[in-house]
Design a protein around this ligand. Structure first.
Ligand code: FAD
Ligand code: NAD
Length: 462
């Protein structure tokens, strides 16, 4: 039985832990899927390559209003798809080859890991025979996977998830998307822009309902102009009839049916902890399946760490990367561990319009009884937004009226993920709203004046 100094399960963020400081460690990496994990292969990176392409496909329609007549004459889906994965796949394979062939201290196991005892992992290698390996330390970085909702017949209809929808052989004429969060709204933008008729089925009253209420409301209003949005619907049954998938819904007006040539399921992701038989090694999980870790990313078992979607309350790549850096430090310096900082985790939804957010929403501030004031600045009210003739975007801020400390920031509109970053910085480094607004130049006429004016609008105590 081979024994290692360290075994890493999962090659998404887990793979980034190894740097030259680990060159004299005997390490095994276990990966059951494609090297590089979700973000590279089926998540952040390819989706944003499709989103960028979708934004271009949308440009002619947006131009007409401003007197620029252009026409979208077609989207060459097979070329778009192959261009994107022609860039992604070699990176995944290159990463695997580098670890397997060029890192003398690293053994790559291509198979599924499953604990069979205390710090004992069985790896299925496909040959029928499992290999059991042991280690002093483990890093659990096994990520998450799409949830399949409890809908009668769904397993039989051949639904898609983010794992395969970006590699469709051809664009469907119509697509039904079940879900109303990040994945659903990003893919609705992509496929809708490419000419697919999108029907979005939301269980809730609002799309992106985790966002600040004003943002979610505005996003939902705009989405209803682009896609066939069915809100407050419960999907009860799915069936396939030739090329068509039908989804039977129950809603406020009773039963109805939506249909399309493709069905995309995007109703959230669950941690892969259930695949690891963690009980055998003493690692515990929360009721939602997340591995229990402390602020140093340590599980309850000495020497076993966890990170990313497997354990985090945030299923975001920048969070998984941050947690991987914490684990990396703590493996090297177990007697001087550093902590994870989850205080101000931003996120962005790359749909259309774009959305970005950090800190408390107004509904969270109210529920927590926090004293706050808010201010909202429309894009239309700053020079560049006015020049663009934007009529729907805004920046909303929440701050402590006593000291001007920012509590939350929410932007919906062009370049929202970029515009939010100075606000993330202000929150991290404790910069108050007044100093931030008045203590520096803001380039005129540029988009960040949106942030400047939102800050100036805050009704802070004198
Ligand atoms: C469509 C989509 C778009 C996204 N876009 C963004 C975005 O724009 N920005 C952002 O911040 N986040 C985004 N995310 C979220 C982001 O991709 C994840 O938060 C991040 O990739 C999680 O990284 P991880 O290392 O925890 O897990 P992963 O990258 O999923 O890595 C886990 C790896 O472990 C392997 N594995 C699992 N179980 C086992 C086992 N038992 N044995 C061996 N190997 C195993 C898996 O095959 C996988 O390769 C997106 C997610 C999706 C689905
Ligand atoms: N831009 C980004 O950073 C990005 C992009 C994609 C995914 N992600 C990450 O991946 C995670 C998963 O994305 P997601 O969109 O799958 O999940 P999500 O949690 O964002 O949204 C899931 C939605 O599905 C709804 N839902 C749940 N069960 C349902 C059912 N049976 N029928 C209809 N609707 C149902 C929920 O109410 C929720 O609104 C995100 O939370 C996010 O952390 C991030």
């Amino acid at each position: 039985m081979r024994h290692f100094d360290l075994v890493i399960i999962g090659t998404g963020s887990g793979n980034s832990i190894l740097d030259p400081r680990f060159d004299d460690w005997n390490v095994a990496i276990v990966e059951k899927g494609v090297f590089g994990g979700t973000c590279l292969n089926v998540g952040c990176i390819p989706t944003k390559m499709f989103v960028h392409t979708a934004d271009l496909a949308n440009a002619p329609a947006a131009g007409a209003r401003l007197g620029v007549d252009a026409r979208l004459t077609g989207v060459r889906w097979p070329e778009v798809r192959d261009r994107i994965f022609g860039r992604i796949d070699p990176i995944a394979e290159g990463g695997r080859r580098y670890r397997a062939e060029e890192c003398a201290n690293v053994t790559v196991y291509a198979g599924e890991g499953r604990f069979v005892g205390s710090k004992r992992l069985a790896v299925s290698t496909g040959s029928g025979e499992d290999e059991v390996i042991t280690a002093d330390r483990f890093v659990l970085a096994a990520g998450s996977r799409p949830i399949v909702p409890d809908v009668v017949g769904i397993e039989q209809v051949g639904f898609h998830t983010n794992e395969d929808v970006m590699r469709l052989a051809e664009l469907p004429r119509r697509m039904v998307i079940l879900g109303s969060g990040f994945v659903a709204t990003e893919f609705a933008h992509v496929f809708g822009s490419f000419g697919v008729d999108v029907t979005l089925v939301a269980r809730s009253d609002l799309l992106l309902r985790g966002q600040d209420l004003d943002v979610a409301t505005r996003f939902t209003e705009l989405a209803e102009r682009r896609w066939d949005v069915r809100r407050n619907r419960k999907a009860v049954r799915a069936e396939r009839d030739g090329d068509v998938t039908r989804l039977h819904l129950e809603g406020p007006d009773g039963a109805e049916v939506v249909e399309g040539e493709a069905l995309l399921v995007a109703v959230g992701r669950r941690p892969n902890s259930d695949l690891l038989n963690l009980g055998a090694t003493g690692v515990t999980t929360h009721p939602d399946g997340r591995v229990v870790v402390d602020c140093h990313q340590r599980t309850e078992v000495d020497g076993i760490y966890a990170l990313g979607d497997l354990s985090s309350p945030y299923q975001l790549k920048h969070v998984a990367n941050h947690e991987a850096r914490v684990v990396q430090h703590n493996l090297l310096h177990p007697d001087a561990p550093v902590s994870t900082d989850h205080r101000f985790v931003p996120h962005a939804v790359f749909s259309s319009p774009q959305v970005a957010s950090v800190g408390l929403t107004e509904q969270q501030a109210r529920a927590r009884g926090v004293r706050y004031v808010t201010a909202t600045q429309q894009y239309a009210g700053i020079a560049y937004g006015w020049a663009m003739e934007d009529t729907t975007g805004f920046c909303k801020l929440l701050a402590d009226p006593a000291d001007g400390r920012l509590l939350g920031a929410h932007i919906i509109g062009p370049q929202a993920p970029t515009l939010i970053q100075p606000l993330v910085q202000a929150m991290h480094f404790g910069l108050d709203a007044r100093s931030m607004a008045r203590g520096q130049y803001w380039i005129h006429p540029s988009m960040p004046e949106l942030v400047e004016n939102a800050l100036l609008n805050l009704p802070l105590d004198d």
